[in-house]
Design a protein around this ligand. Structure first.
Ligand code: TXE
Length: 479
């Protein structure tokens, strides 16, 4: 199947007529092709977005809201089809795509469809100066949304929904590794009545298509989720043009477990926070620190639970862990397991490829637990982004806090404890954008989402996203 770009409400072949193979990670076979879009395709997308902007930015928020909610409903109606497509393209279990990815994509549109009706700006009365200041929150114009492969439609729509809700027109690029659901979304946009040109979807490689988008002098804002080195590159390209940037990058998140926690709840959630989506979530708790008093018990129980996870074909309902997203990603993760061995890490479980019967060329890997003696090793410092966690024990709160903060990343942290004062102390001091206490990945779309340090700049979610996708203008009236 040949996917097409979606420009000005129509499906278009790339001008160059060049194509890129799209792989099914569950069997390693090519099952489709996507446009290898060039600068000229991006320019077309930009021009139609620019044409659509004057009208879209003047559309009432009721109309915008209604269209976004309609898109959400159509995604829900097509849940099965989208979940199958996501699972095939990404390798994730279909059960996960059905329970999380697609419902969340629908929620993104519904949430921002509602949020825009409540979005307000401030006014400041300058008493004594006989003046009133008010703030206009105006859409920026044409903006870019660039998303990764791990949660394809979920993250693509997380950017697009607030961008268009706020009145912008968009040039969007999904990951070339998982383009399918973005392509399917385009059909829904027309059915929901989104005017032509408001959202344009261009497929292609990061280094060419993506590069053309970020270099475009008239695209004034970029919302990007992906690897930290790509984020750094985008920041360099965008800086001289003074573009607005929101960068959601990698993570190496601590999962800190104290002996006073609710043990069973912690154990079950820790299995999820380690291996959901094959560990390919920037929020996964890939560094597990356990208080020494329960370390041996945790180690035994954790291994026991992880042993029961089923690695298998994504379409099987019994599968807990599907295929990794690509051959090169599988190889990267395997290299980290070799590094762990060289560094003296103790592979407590997993570490090897899995051959799934009938799908021998798929990219399957065992869930892997590595015991490390020091937090200073590479596997404990660098983002692996696969089903691989490290575990080590700690003695004191100060010691674990220091280790938790001693990485270049700062996205999220999970704390397991029933001690309120300790919760408050650590939540204040952890250098991250999100702290979960006695839970993991509990999301409320109103909350600010993003990281510090090498995990990015800016916040998305709730009104933060609407603020990002608007420019604040102060108007001062003297009376
Ligand atoms: O991400 P990239 P990749 C991490 C993870 C992973 C690594 C690399 O560690 O192993 O990043 O993954 C587009 N101009 N995360 O290579 O390259 C690209 O086409 C404009 C963490 O897939 O950052 C895709 O659409 N765009 C992460 C998007 O950027 C460019 C999720 C992300 O791709 C571009 C994914 C360029 N020059 C990977 N180069 C998370 N934090 O959630 C690439 N792109």
């Amino acid at each position: 199947m040949k996917l097409k770009n979606f420009i000005n409400g129509k499906f278009e072949n790339p001008i160059s007529n060049e194509w890129i193979d799209n792989y099914n990670p569950s069997n390693g076979e090519v099952y489709g092709q996507i446009p290898n879009s060039s600068k000229a395709d991006v320019e077309n997308a930009y021009q139609t977005a620019k044409l659509a902007f004057p009208s879209w930015s003047q559309t009432t928020f009721e109309v915008r809201s209604r269209i976004l909610i309609k898109i959400s409903e159509l995604l829900e109606t097509n849940l099965q089809r989208f979940a199958e497509a996501e699972s095939k393209d990404n390798g994730k279990p279909i059960s996960l795509a059905k329970a999380i990815d697609i419902p969340r994509a629908a929620s993104n549109f519904r949430f921002f469809g509602n949020a825009i009706t409540q979005f307000a700006s401030e006014s400041h009365e300058s008493i004594g100066q006989k003046a009133i200041n008010y703030t206009l929150r105006q859409p920026i114009g044409v903006v870019a949304c660039i998303s990764p492969w791990n949660l394809p439609l979920y993250l693509f729509t997380w950017k697009i929904a607030p961008a268009i809700a706020a009145g912008n027109c968009v040039v969007a690029k999904p990951s070339e590794i998982t383009p399918m659901t973005a392509f399917l979304l385009a059909e829904i946009l027309n059915e929901a009545g989104l005017p032509k040109g408001v959202l344009n979807i261009v497929h292609g490689l990061g280094t060419t298509t993506g590069q053309a988008i970020i270099e475009h002098p008239e695209i004034k804002a970029i919302s990007f989720t992906g690897g930290t080195s790509t984020g750094e590159h985008i920041a360099r390209v965008a800086a001289p043009m003074f573009k607005k940037l929101s960068l959601e990058l990698g993570g190496k998140n601590p999962n800190i477990i104290f002996d006073d926690c609710d043990y069973e709840d912690m154990l079950e959630t820790t299995v999820r926070s380690s291996f959901t989506n094959q560990g390919q979530i920037c929020l996964c708790g890939s560094r597990i620190f356990i208080e020494d008093t329960i370390y041996e018990k945790f180690k035994a129980d954790f291994i026991e639970k992880v042993k029961k996870l089923n690695v298998g074909h994504p379409s099987e309902n019994t599968t807990n862990i599907g295929a990794l997203v690509s051959k090169s990603h599988l190889e990267k993760v395997l290299t980290f397991i070799d590094i762990a061995k060289e560094e003296g890490g103790n592979i407590l479980f997993g570490g090897k490829k899995v051959i799934v019967k009938g799908f021998e060329n798929g990219y399957y890997l065992e869930p892997t637990i590595i015991e490390v003696e020091t937090d200073n090793c590479k596997v404990n410092q660098e983002e692996i982004f696969g089903p691989v966690v490290t575990i080590m024990s700690f003695k004191t709160e100060d010691e674990v806090l220091e280790m938790a903060n001693k990485v270049k990343y700062g996205l999220s942290a999970t704390l397991w404890t029933n001690d309120l004062k300790r919760t408050m102390r650590l939540s204040n001091k952890l250098q991250v954008g999100i702290v979960w206490v006695n839970t993991w990945m509990l999301r409320d779309l109103r909350t600010p989402f993003g990281g510090v340090k090498a995990s990015g700049v800016g916040r998305e979610g709730g009104f933060e996203a609407l603020r990002f996708f608007t420019e604040a203008k102060n108007v001062c009236i003297k009376y």
